[in-house]
Design a protein around this ligand. Structure first.
Ligand SMILES: [Zn+2]
Length: 113
């Protein structure tokens, strides 16, 4: 898929078409990291409910996923999966790639996650 940057953004102001390709292959490392995150974080067992109304289930990694006073079980599951995917991709990302979040745990002298 190709999108002409002149359709939006800075190119639209200058009228200079910039074609960006989204068909560039993803490295095997990143693809494997994403697949590994998906395969190691899936819900297991039955949905359970405590007398206080807490509903919960287990993730295959051992984390208990539950609802809470301000979040739903579904929100916790989605956040957990997103965090797992983010951590896996971050660890596999090429050195020097610009980051949105500074990973202090990747700096020299820090223990790895
Ligand atoms: Zn998990």
């Amino acid at each position: 898929m190709q999108v002409a940057a002149s359709d939006f953004g800075p190119g639209a102001r200058t009228g200079t078409p910039v074609v960006v390709s989204f068909d560039e292959p993803v490295s095997a490392g990143l693809r494997d990291a994403k697949a590994n995150a998906r395969s190691t974080h899936y819900t297991v067992g039955e949905l359970r409910q405590d007398p206080d109304g807490t509903v919960w289930l287990e993730c295959s990694c051992g984390t208990t996923l539950s609802n809470g006073p301000t979040w739903t079980l579904d929100e916790h599951v989605r956040l957990h999966r997103a965090e797992a995917k983010y951590l896996a991709l971050s660890q596999a990302a090429p050195p020097g790639i610009p980051r949105l979040i500074d990973l202090a745990w990747q700096q020299p002298g820090r223990p790895t996650a």
